[in-house]
Ligand binder design. Sequence first.
Ligand code: SIN
Length: 545
Amino acid sequence: MHGWELPHGAEDRPLRTGVLVVGSGVAGLTTAWCLCRSGVPTTILTRASLSDSSTDWAQGGLAAVWSPEDSTRSHVADTLTAGAGLCEPGPVRALAAEAPEALRRLIALGARFDTGPDGGADLHLEGGHSARRILHAGGDRSGHEVHRALVAALRGRARLDVRESVRVVDVLTDADGEACGARVLDGRGRTGSILAGAVVLASGGIAGLWPTSTNPPVCTGDGLAAALRAGARARDVEFLQFHPTVLVVPPRWRRPGDRGVLISEAVRGDGALLVDHGGARIMAGVHQLADLAPRDVVSSAEHAHMARTGEPHLFLDATAFGAAAWRERFPSILRMCRERGVDPVTEPIPVRPGAHYHCGGVRADMAGRTDVPGLHAVGEAACTGVQGANRLASNSLTEGLVMGRRAAEAIIADFPRPGPPVARPSSPPADGGATGGIRRLLAEYAGVLRTDEGLALVEAAAQEPGRAAGLDDASLTATNTALVAALLARAARRRRESRGCHRRADLLVEDPAWLVHQDWSLDDERRPRVRDVPVGRCDDAEGPR
Ligand code: SIN
């Protein structure tokens, strides 16, 4: 796919826009919608097509206090518990308080959520939630509906450009270090610049780097790497969440490029059970919420069971649902499983944990502001303190809605007017051939359970990826993969404890001395340096700026 092409001479004659939004998931589209509605000229850049985002793939829904039996206080408490001590209380309170209104606005835009027999919202339960507060759409197509509604609202908006198949290479900065646009790479390998009053990174996470992943392949950390190179800080990068139930496709059904099919936590919310090859339950007695324990607990129990028994995967047994319930509640999962030779109506689904969500990211406050003026980060690309060491299920689409609006309002209020870009020293891109090896090491040593020894192998390989002659799609991927993998491995080695979704086989206990965020930045030589920031000690009541 070539998508949009930069015009000839784009390297010398930059294009211009008001705000450049990088990414087309819920956070980016919401930001763009709010900017366009206020008349701000906006350009959305997306690495593949508009729908290649984790949002469009998301099955599980949107968490928001919706019933009189539930409360903001309880949503806050569940989020903090799942976050294992690393959530920032101010941002969590803001998310829980603003979630219902954010959903009402989306419904007003045309999103349709599932209703129960009484016509009210059909509220679901997922891991770590103590109340039914998850709204779903189309059964298991919640993210698709969110995406559809936002794209429909944006369609035909004046002053909006959508540029598909374009990657951000670097964020451009002016003489004062303020973001003023981006250097980009189009599908034909041509580079150019787009100048903007502000840049919003909404480019998703990094879980696409792992071979078993619930993310689209484009989620490989482009935004995080570009932000670091521009001078922003990255926070809590070691915290990558593994979803407990990713379909293990039987070998004869495996297709090239089939990376993993998520079996939504909502399936367990409706009563499915994790069992081993002998049919014994895995989660009974492990946690009071059993199969609905926070997902770091479930993934780690699965991993321990597989390591102990040598079983290559476990099973999720939802045969008790019956065919009608499967068709009505989880039509997409049913179809995707059957297309891969597994019939969940009659047989347990083979599953194992898969890379799912990056809880860390570009350090940002609750207006998406990063350490670089004019550079905002929202959604999974950002680390606002809401997700802590382990994100509570279905809080991420909600966070994207809340943060998209907040970031747009902040940009409109700040009204940034950066100067022209200044050239900054750059190092040659990494050899495109390095990506595969680094990914294999990430899969082997930076998974559910880690050791210092294994992480050291990841770090060493990622620090020496070799050099490419020039910039192209493969070398940009390798450059960003190497930077993200080296930082993740380094941060995971330095965090000498197990907490949330960061688990160390050689340091199994949680250590109160590690109630700190690791904030990483790059020095002038592009070497990583770190600052520890105790939880709750942010300068701003609502975030880390
Ligand atoms: C799921 O459907 O299990 C994923 C939901 C989420 O990650 O929030």
